[in-house]
Design a protein. Structure first.
Length: 221
Protein backbone atom coordinates (compact mmCIF):
# COMPACT_ATOMS: atom_id res chain seq x y z
CA UNK A 1 0.00 0.00 0.00
CA UNK A 2 2.76 2.48 1.03
CA UNK A 3 6.43 2.01 0.15
CA UNK A 4 9.45 4.23 0.80
CA UNK A 5 12.59 3.33 -1.14
CA UNK A 6 15.79 5.07 0.10
CA UNK A 7 13.95 8.34 0.63
CA UNK A 8 15.92 11.45 1.56
CA UNK A 9 14.41 14.90 2.03
CA UNK A 10 16.67 17.96 2.12
CA UNK A 11 15.35 21.51 2.30
CA UNK A 12 16.87 24.45 0.47
CA UNK A 13 18.17 26.02 3.69
CA UNK A 14 20.23 22.88 4.32
CA UNK A 15 18.06 21.06 6.88
CA UNK A 16 17.67 17.32 6.35
CA UNK A 17 14.31 15.88 7.42
CA UNK A 18 14.69 12.26 6.24
CA UNK A 19 17.78 10.25 5.32
CA UNK A 20 17.73 6.98 3.34
CA UNK A 21 14.35 5.83 4.68
CA UNK A 22 13.07 2.50 3.34
CA UNK A 23 9.88 1.00 4.77
CA UNK A 24 6.72 -0.80 3.64
CA UNK A 25 3.22 -0.48 5.12
CA UNK A 26 0.78 -3.20 4.05
CA UNK A 27 -2.83 -2.59 3.08
CA UNK A 28 -5.03 -2.64 6.19
CA UNK A 29 -2.15 -2.23 8.65
CA UNK A 30 -2.28 -0.07 11.77
CA UNK A 31 1.14 1.50 12.30
CA UNK A 32 2.57 3.97 14.79
CA UNK A 33 5.24 6.41 13.61
CA UNK A 34 7.24 7.59 16.59
CA UNK A 35 10.33 9.54 17.56
CA UNK A 36 11.26 12.79 19.30
CA UNK A 37 10.30 16.22 18.01
CA UNK A 38 12.23 16.96 14.83
CA UNK A 39 12.71 13.28 14.02
CA UNK A 40 10.95 13.59 10.65
CA UNK A 41 7.50 12.21 11.48
CA UNK A 42 5.48 15.03 9.92
CA UNK A 43 7.63 15.07 6.78
CA UNK A 44 7.12 11.31 6.47
CA UNK A 45 3.34 11.76 6.56
CA UNK A 46 3.41 14.68 4.13
CA UNK A 47 5.30 12.55 1.62
CA UNK A 48 2.38 10.11 1.52
CA UNK A 49 -0.20 12.69 0.38
CA UNK A 50 2.35 14.58 -1.72
CA UNK A 51 2.51 17.69 0.36
CA UNK A 52 6.26 17.07 0.13
CA UNK A 53 8.30 15.19 -2.49
CA UNK A 54 11.60 13.40 -1.86
CA UNK A 55 14.94 14.95 -2.78
CA UNK A 56 15.98 11.43 -3.72
CA UNK A 57 14.44 8.00 -3.52
CA UNK A 58 10.88 6.94 -4.27
CA UNK A 59 7.53 7.03 -2.45
CA UNK A 60 4.86 4.68 -3.83
CA UNK A 61 1.27 4.92 -2.60
CA UNK A 62 -1.30 2.43 -3.89
CA UNK A 63 1.02 1.57 -6.81
CA UNK A 64 1.56 5.23 -7.74
CA UNK A 65 4.92 7.02 -7.62
CA UNK A 66 3.82 10.22 -5.90
CA UNK A 67 6.81 12.32 -6.95
CA UNK A 68 6.56 11.66 -10.68
CA UNK A 69 2.79 11.58 -11.10
CA UNK A 70 1.34 14.40 -13.25
CA UNK A 71 -0.11 17.33 -11.32
CA UNK A 72 -3.59 16.45 -12.58
CA UNK A 73 -3.38 13.11 -10.74
CA UNK A 74 -2.58 14.60 -7.32
CA UNK A 75 -6.23 15.37 -6.40
CA UNK A 76 -7.14 11.74 -7.14
CA UNK A 77 -4.33 10.54 -4.88
CA UNK A 78 -5.52 12.81 -2.06
CA UNK A 79 -9.09 11.56 -2.35
CA UNK A 80 -7.78 8.18 -1.23
CA UNK A 81 -6.12 9.65 1.88
CA UNK A 82 -7.70 11.20 4.96
CA UNK A 83 -5.49 13.43 7.12
CA UNK A 84 -6.02 14.49 10.74
CA UNK A 85 -3.74 17.44 11.45
CA UNK A 86 -2.28 18.20 14.87
CA UNK A 87 -4.01 21.60 15.03
CA UNK A 88 -7.32 20.21 13.61
CA UNK A 89 -7.54 22.98 10.93
CA UNK A 90 -11.26 23.45 11.54
CA UNK A 91 -13.11 26.33 9.87
CA UNK A 92 -14.27 28.57 12.74
CA UNK A 93 -17.20 30.16 10.89
CA UNK A 94 -18.68 26.85 9.75
CA UNK A 95 -20.79 24.50 11.87
CA UNK A 96 -19.83 20.95 12.72
CA UNK A 97 -21.94 19.71 9.79
CA UNK A 98 -20.47 22.30 7.41
CA UNK A 99 -16.88 21.56 8.45
CA UNK A 100 -17.28 17.88 7.70
CA UNK A 101 -19.38 18.20 4.55
CA UNK A 102 -16.91 20.71 3.10
CA UNK A 103 -14.56 17.82 2.30
CA UNK A 104 -17.27 16.21 0.15
CA UNK A 105 -17.86 19.49 -1.69
CA UNK A 106 -14.17 19.75 -2.58
CA UNK A 107 -14.28 16.47 -4.51
CA UNK A 108 -17.56 17.38 -6.20
CA UNK A 109 -19.96 14.78 -4.81
CA UNK A 110 -23.65 15.30 -5.62
CA UNK A 111 -25.44 17.30 -2.93
CA UNK A 112 -27.56 14.36 -1.76
CA UNK A 113 -24.43 12.19 -1.39
CA UNK A 114 -22.68 14.98 0.49
CA UNK A 115 -25.46 15.11 3.07
CA UNK A 116 -25.79 11.34 3.33
CA UNK A 117 -22.09 10.74 3.93
CA UNK A 118 -21.81 13.63 6.39
CA UNK A 119 -24.75 12.44 8.48
CA UNK A 120 -23.37 8.88 8.49
CA UNK A 121 -19.89 9.80 9.68
CA UNK A 122 -21.15 12.27 12.31
CA UNK A 123 -23.43 9.60 13.73
CA UNK A 124 -20.58 7.08 13.74
CA UNK A 125 -18.40 9.49 15.74
CA UNK A 126 -21.15 10.53 18.15
CA UNK A 127 -21.50 14.10 16.86
CA UNK A 128 -25.03 13.98 15.44
CA UNK A 129 -26.26 16.13 18.36
CA UNK A 130 -23.71 18.85 17.48
CA UNK A 131 -24.65 19.48 13.84
CA UNK A 132 -25.37 23.18 14.24
CA UNK A 133 -22.65 24.06 16.75
CA UNK A 134 -19.52 25.96 15.79
CA UNK A 135 -16.04 24.65 16.72
CA UNK A 136 -15.67 27.07 19.64
CA UNK A 137 -18.94 25.71 21.11
CA UNK A 138 -17.75 22.11 21.44
CA UNK A 139 -15.11 20.47 23.64
CA UNK A 140 -11.54 19.66 22.61
CA UNK A 141 -12.43 15.99 22.30
CA UNK A 142 -15.38 16.84 20.06
CA UNK A 143 -13.18 19.06 17.92
CA UNK A 144 -10.85 16.12 17.48
CA UNK A 145 -13.80 13.96 16.47
CA UNK A 146 -14.77 16.64 13.93
CA UNK A 147 -11.28 16.48 12.43
CA UNK A 148 -11.48 12.68 12.23
CA UNK A 149 -14.98 12.84 10.71
CA UNK A 150 -13.76 15.23 8.03
CA UNK A 151 -10.86 12.89 7.23
CA UNK A 152 -13.21 9.90 6.98
CA UNK A 153 -16.18 11.37 5.13
CA UNK A 154 -14.72 10.62 1.68
CA UNK A 155 -14.10 6.98 2.68
CA UNK A 156 -10.32 6.99 2.23
CA UNK A 157 -8.16 3.91 1.79
CA UNK A 158 -5.53 5.47 4.06
CA UNK A 159 -5.92 7.53 7.24
CA UNK A 160 -2.98 9.60 8.52
CA UNK A 161 -2.95 11.36 11.88
CA UNK A 162 -0.26 13.70 13.22
CA UNK A 163 -0.16 13.69 17.05
CA UNK A 164 -3.97 13.29 17.23
CA UNK A 165 -4.08 12.96 21.02
CA UNK A 166 -1.36 15.44 21.96
CA UNK A 167 -3.77 18.01 23.43
CA UNK A 168 -6.20 15.58 25.07
CA UNK A 169 -6.37 14.17 28.58
CA UNK A 170 -5.55 10.44 28.98
CA UNK A 171 -9.18 9.26 29.01
CA UNK A 172 -10.08 11.21 25.87
CA UNK A 173 -6.86 10.07 24.20
CA UNK A 174 -7.78 6.45 24.86
CA UNK A 175 -11.26 7.05 23.47
CA UNK A 176 -9.88 8.60 20.27
CA UNK A 177 -7.45 5.71 19.83
CA UNK A 178 -10.39 3.33 20.13
CA UNK A 179 -11.99 5.16 17.20
CA UNK A 180 -8.86 4.68 15.10
CA UNK A 181 -8.84 0.99 15.99
CA UNK A 182 -12.46 0.66 14.89
CA UNK A 183 -11.73 2.49 11.64
CA UNK A 184 -8.82 0.15 10.96
CA UNK A 185 -11.01 -2.89 11.64
CA UNK A 186 -13.05 -1.98 8.56
CA UNK A 187 -9.97 -2.22 6.32
CA UNK A 188 -8.58 1.33 6.34
CA UNK A 189 -4.79 1.57 6.54
CA UNK A 190 -3.95 3.76 9.55
CA UNK A 191 -0.66 5.54 10.31
CA UNK A 192 -0.46 7.61 13.49
CA UNK A 193 2.49 9.84 14.34
CA UNK A 194 2.96 10.17 18.09
CA UNK A 195 5.62 10.40 20.77
CA UNK A 196 3.34 8.82 23.42
CA UNK A 197 5.18 5.59 24.20
CA UNK A 198 2.66 4.51 26.86
CA UNK A 199 -0.19 4.64 24.35
CA UNK A 200 1.86 2.74 21.79
CA UNK A 201 2.55 -0.02 24.33
CA UNK A 202 -1.13 -0.25 25.24
CA UNK A 203 -2.19 -0.58 21.61
CA UNK A 204 0.39 -3.22 20.76
CA UNK A 205 0.65 -2.37 17.06
CA UNK A 206 3.61 -2.19 14.70
CA UNK A 207 5.99 0.72 15.27
CA UNK A 208 8.24 2.64 12.89
CA UNK A 209 10.69 4.72 14.94
CA UNK A 210 12.54 7.71 13.49
CA UNK A 211 15.55 9.41 14.98
CA UNK A 212 17.11 12.44 13.28
CA UNK A 213 15.43 11.48 10.02
CA UNK A 214 16.59 7.87 9.99
CA UNK A 215 14.69 4.70 10.86
CA UNK A 216 16.01 3.49 14.20
CA UNK A 217 13.55 0.61 14.60
CA UNK A 218 10.63 -0.97 12.73
CA UNK A 219 8.70 -3.78 14.34
CA UNK A 220 6.22 -4.65 17.08
CA UNK A 221 5.57 -2.28 19.96
Amino acid sequence: MIQFFHVTKKYTQGAVALTDVSVHVEKGEFVFLTGPSGAGKTTFLRMIFRDEVPSSGQVVVNNQDVATMPARRVPYLRRQIGVVFQDFKLLPRKTVFENVSFATQVIGLPRREQRSRTFQVLEMLGLNHRLHNFPEQVSGGEQQRMAIARALVNRPLILLADEPTGNLDPDLAQEIMGLFRDINSHGTTVIIATHDRDMIRRMGRRVIALDHGRISAAGAA
